[in-house]
Design a protein around this ligand. Structure first.
Ligand SMILES: *Cc1c(COP(=O)(O)O)cnc(C)c1O
Length: 392
């Protein structure tokens, strides 16, 4: 198997799994209990909180464990809007390229009386700070813009966007699920109020994530119940998950510089080979600033889904965009927002690398793609018609 879908999820590292194992079997105690085994589980959980806080420039008490990116995103949007509604601030700003965890929650809030502005992006996929400046209003309670996009890999100018939000009295959230563990992320440097991340996107386990909430910001719970997470998030703590995510964070920080260099070099080789060796292809989004492991292509005269099926037959795992949108045949909202020519957008292909990806895998993938695209085009009526027009 060649796995090139690391934006959808990543493999749990062996060290992470080893660290998690005892917390399923011997050290299974509920960390909220009082006896010694519970204290051990609690200590391991708090160690994860310290590692994660340290990696972000935050304090441990600003980190709240959740079930993942979707929950963290829902929590911020719903809790902030609950409070803002009472103060008469009923305007939220986000971007047109956010993950469904943000966009669907915004749709829900619209049904509850909020007005939502979706900032457009450039053809390169970037949210321009001056566009935010023009859209922000005195009644804007929250601006939420993702750190890096899950389809195009484009990295947004979070520090500038956050500065504008603050200058107008709005809170700022960033969905850093694609970025955290892959590129430097610092809440103090950026001055953000909230940040979401998810364990399974950086070699931790699925079903665990966190939300950074700046100290002093009153945020009520999304999940009501027990007093876990200092009364902000009820439910018996997912100790193995939290321990695994902490270990994954530690390793990600330790290896970040090395991983960025390796993935960028391999990714750049992949992009230049596809550009040179396959005709009628466009690379989606800016190459800089972009997540190191992300490549995204749009091929003319082919359908995304058929490319994926033929790649799968050769044991290559890839995506047409986001894992959350598969099955839907329409063009993704991200490509639409970037004004990608529909003739190209139907042939979208996202290949996302990890530090485990090898040069040989990239080579095999390029060779497979060359054959697959040529074969599909040879069967495409649109391609034949185009060829006919050229020879006339
Ligand atoms: C994967 C992803 C999410 C959802 O995270 P889960 O932990 O799977 O709920 C949210 N936002 C972005 C940008 C993502 O890539």
């Amino acid at each position: 198997m060649i796995y090139l879908d690391n934006a959808a999820t990543t493999a749990v590292l062996p060290e992470v799994w080893e660290k998690m194992k005892p917390f399923f079997t011997e050290d299974f105690a509920n960390p909220a209990s009082m006896y010694a085994p519970a204290r051990k589980a609690r200590a391991a959980m708090e160690e994860s909180r310290r590692i994660i806080a340290g990696s972000l420039g935050a304090a441990p008490e600003e980190i709240f464990f959740t079930s993942g990116g979707s929950e963290s995103d829902n929590w911020v949007l719903k809790a902030v809007s609950d409070k803002a509604q009472a103060e008469g601030k009923k305007h939220i700003i986000t971007s047109a390229v956010e993950h469904p965890a943000i966009l669907s929650t915004c749709r829900y809030l619209k049904q509850h009386g909020f007005e939502v502005t979706q900032l457009p992006v450039t053809e390169e996929g970037i949210v321009k700070p001056e566009v935010l400046e023009k859209s922000i209003r005195p009644d804007t309670c929250l601006v939420s813009v993702m750190t890096a996009n899950n389809e195009s890999g484009t990295i947004q100018p979070i520090k500038e966007l956050c500065r504008i939000a603050k200058a107008h009295g709005a809170l700022f959230h960033t969905d850093a699920v694609q970025a955290y563990g892959h590129i430097p992320v610092n809440v103090k440097d950026w001055d953000v109020d909230f940040l979401s991340a998810s364990g399974h996107k950086f070699h931790g386990p699925k079903g665990v994530g966190f939300l950074y909430i700046r100290k002093g910001i009153p945020v009520g719970p999304l999940i009501h119940g027990g007093s876990q997470e200092r009364n902000r998030r009820a439910g018996t703590s997912n100790v193995p998950g939290i321990v695994g995510m902490g270990e994954a964070a530690r390793i990600a920080m330790r290896d970040m510089e090395k991983n960025i260099a390796k993935e960028t070099a391999l990714r750049d080789e992949l992009v230049s080979r596809v550009r040179e060796e396959i005709p009628f292809v466009r690379v989606t989004g800016t190459m800089n600033p972009r997540l190191p492991g992300n490549s995204h292509f749009c091929f003319r005269f082919v359908e995304s889904e058929t490319i994926l099926i033929l790649l799968d037959q050769r044991g290559i795992c890839a995506s047409g965009g986001s894992a959350c949108a598969t099955g839907a045949e329409e063009i993704s909202h991200v490509l639409t927002a970037m004004h990608v020519d529909p003739e190209y957008a139907h042939g979208a292909l996202r290949l996302t690398l990890s530090e485990q990806t090898t040069e040989e895998e990239i080579d095999t993938t390029v060779e497979a793609l060359k054959e697959i695209i040529a074969k599909l085009r040879s069967m495409s009526p649109a391609f034949k018609e185009w060829q006919g027009q050229q020879s006339r």
